[in-house]
Design a protein around this ligand. Structure first.
Ligand SMILES: Nc1nc2c(ncn2[C@@H]2O[C@H](COP(=O)(O)OP(=O)(O)OP(=O)(O)O)[C@@H](O)[C@H]2O)c(=O)[nH]1
Ligand SMILES: [Mg+2]
Length: 232
């Protein structure tokens, strides 16, 4: 590459980084407004992230069925297109609204803030945000959540934490999902846990199968505990 071209490339990268920094600053400003609002209403906000298809919506459905008589719950779900996930979650008997991002690969705090008036937050103990399925972009956007929970499906392969470290660094919990498939896949729970904890020593790890309803007691107990802590 010529010196001139390499300078242009470097400048292009710097401009891009400035734009990103400004975008993230604006995002964090709104995320803090959301966080303050959730503190006012004692609503626990959980941001659910993962690659596409790791089982987020299925987990929301099963969690709603198990906890809806114990906690007042609602979900906000982001996808590039369609209302399908919100429809599925509503079938479980809780409020769910779809944010259609129209091509954007993550949710931003501004998008969440815009739909918050649709929820009666005073009457909600636990609000989930199901983020767009993507292990990269959503990692950089704080949505004002109390906790970030990342699903790591057995079908994705156990090498993902080291390849996509930011998501695991910024998460509080890694839920190893689709555990019912463990007997059929070359996936090591120990290896993925070690890799993820090398990146984030404090990461909590749970193993679940939403389909077979395994590991959901520990997950639901964790949620109830966190709601109680927030409301204490
Ligand atoms: N074997 C198995 N399949 C599961 C489990 N949970 C979900 N699935 C299947 O995985 C596929 C994707 O599940 P979804 O819940 O739609 O995943 P998602 O993460 O919400 O997908 P996106 O919103 O598109 O990113 C569906 O075919 C589910 O039936 C599980 O615990 N075990
Ligand atoms: Mg989904």
């Amino acid at each position: 590459m010529s010196v001139e071209k390499s300078t242009q490339t470097a400048r292009g990268t710097a401009q891009c980084e400035n734009t990103n920094i400004n975008l993230l600053k604006a995002n964090d400003f709104v995320a803090n407004i959301i966080r303050d609002k959730m503190t006012e209403t004692n609503t626990l906000l959980i941001n659910i992230t993962s690659s596409a298809g790791s089982g987020k919506t299925t987990l929301m459905q099963k969690t709603a069925t198990r906890l809806k008589n114990k906690l007042r719950m609602a979900v906000m779900v982001g996808d590039l297109e369609t209302e399908r996930d919100a429809d599925r979650i509503r079938e479980s008997g809780i409020q769910a609204l779809q944010i259609v991002t129209g091509g954007i690969c993550h949710l931003e705090a501004q998008m969440v803030h815009q739909v918050l008036p649709e929820y009666k937050l005073d009457e909600i103990d636990l609000l989930f945000i199901e983020n767009v399925g993507n292990l990269v972009c959503p990692a950089s956007f704080d949505l004002g959540e109390d906790y970030r929970v990342t699903l790591m499906a057995t079908t994705e392969g156990d090498d993902k934490p080291k390849k996509y470290p930011r998501m695991f660094l910024t998460s509080d919990v890694m839920l190893i999902s689709k555990a019912d498939l463990l007997p059929y896949l070359p996936f090591s729970v120990d290896a993925v846990t070690k890799d993820a904890r090398d990146i984030n020593h404090e990461l909590e790890v749970m193993v679940v199968s939403a389909l077979k309803e395994e590991g959901l007691d520990a997950w639901c107990d964790w949620l109830v505990d966190k709601v109680q802590q927030k409301q204490a």
